[in-house]
Design a protein around this ligand. Structure first.
Ligand code: 13P
Ligand code: SF4
Length: 368
């Protein structure tokens, strides 16, 4: 059998959905939403396309979506318009009776893929040899369920870009040092805001299995996993310089997944919800360069015609994996909610879910 023929086709969109017009697809979503009523819940992340977000029952950043997943016990079906780790979180926090569905199984996250559990277990052994029992692991929610479980089992917690500062503060009340997975930039930006000097931060390289640091390791307070977001890494110091040169009155606001030097030269930095609120509350006539994902930037441009808004990087693209969720995939999911084959269901094993929930609950119960 050829490789192509052996590929599992059950995750591929059937041709008939590609042949439907936008009007037909939209009508079908409306029909199915009204048929299922409260039995169906569609959460949508702010980075989703407009064609999808228009049908979301609730929208939010990663924190809000995790809180909503924990609170919504009513729906039988959660069709998650976001990426794989978000759907896993919804499954971990949801009830046993709830089915979580990801409309396109290819909607992963390159950052989450940068920390696998085997690399993490190897790193932990080496770090314990160097530092003993002085490290608390924290993971950005943008990580696999297995990483969350590892963190939960070792006394740590998840964080999001909205609550990273108080969560890191909490971690330092527990242990002398932290291991921050998998986004080095969010970890570094957060620690700097809390007054940790850069020379007290090291980087763990999971490819070479080594600690990148010059100096006495005992001075290290923060160990940053060498991972990043492939979208936010595309904002550069040059983008900032160009914006300052051509639009001297423009305010620059970026997501903390951007590199340290970009955040440092910006006027403001915060999660997607923080950026949305800042633009909403800004005075009419003000000018903004935004350093975050393009679907959100375009939506802010559309929603605020009274403000001059541009992307900090004029050549920016949307997040490719967030963009996998489109109208045809949404309709395909909704038409198969009760299919016997269990279409695109995200199910975290009980063993992993138990420890991952510990990490999530330590964050959610703090009411930050
Ligand atoms: P927030 O939703 O926490 O702002 O994170 C952005 C992001 O990259 C989600 O994948
Ligand atoms: Fe992952 Fe970055 Fe896309 Fe968010 S924007 S899903 S962190 S790749």
């Amino acid at each position: 059998m050829s490789l192509l023929a052996s590929l599992d086709k059950s995750h591929m969109l059937p041709e008939k959905y590609r042949d439907m017009s936008v009007e037909q697809l939209e009508a079908r979503v409306k029909e199915l939403k009204s048929e299922y009523g409260k039995r169906l819940f569609i959460p949508g992340h702010h980075y989703q396309k407009n064609e999808v977000i228009q049908f979301a029952d609730a929208t939010g950043d990663s924190l809000k979506l995790a809180q909503l997943s924990a609170a919504n016990t009513e729906a039988d079906f959660i069709v998650f318009c976001g990426v794989h780790f978000m759907a896993e979180t919804a499954d971990i926090l949801g009830g046993d009776n709830q089915k979580v569905i990801l409309p396109d199984m290819r909607a992963g996250c390159s950052m989450a893929d940068m920390a696998d559990i085997h690399q993490t277990a190897r790193a932990w052994v080496k770090l314990q040899q160097i530092f003993g029992d002085t490290i608390l692991p924290l993971t950005y929610v943008n990580s696999t369920a297995a990483i969350k479980a590892f963190v939960g089992a070792n006394g740590g917690a998840t964080v999001t870009s909205s609550n990273a500062e108080p969560m890191v503060e909490w971690a330092f009340s527990q242990k002398e040092r932290i291991l921050f997975l998998p986004d080095q930039h969010l970890g570094r930006n957060t620690a700097v805001n809390l007054g940790v000097p850069l020379d007290e931060m090291a980087v763990w390289n999971p490819v070479t299995d080594t600690l990148e640091y010059e100096g006495n390791p005992l001075n290290i307070k923060v160990i940053l996993w060498k991972g990043h977001c492939s979208v936010h890494e595309n904002f550069t110091v040059e983008n900032i310089m160009n914006t300052r040169r051509y639009y001297p009155d423009m305010k620059i606001i970026v997501h903390p997944e951007c590199r340290r030097e970009v955040v440092e030269l910006s006027d403001m930095a915060g999660s997607t919800s923080y950026i949305i609120d800042a633009i909403k509350n800004a005075e009419s006539g003000t000018a903004w360069a935004i350093g975050t994902e393009m679907n959100l930037v375009n939506r802010l441009i559309e929603n605020h015609p009274d403000k001059h808004i541009v992307s900090l990087n004029p050549h920016m693209c949307p997040c490719l994996t967030m963009n996998r969720i489109d109208l045809p995939h949404l309709v395909w999911s909704l038409e198969n909610l009760e299919s016997a084959e269990g279409h695109n269901i995200i199910k975290v094993s009980e063993e992993i879910a138990k420890d991952a929930k510990l990490a999530l609950d330590r964050m959610l119960n703090r009411k930050l």
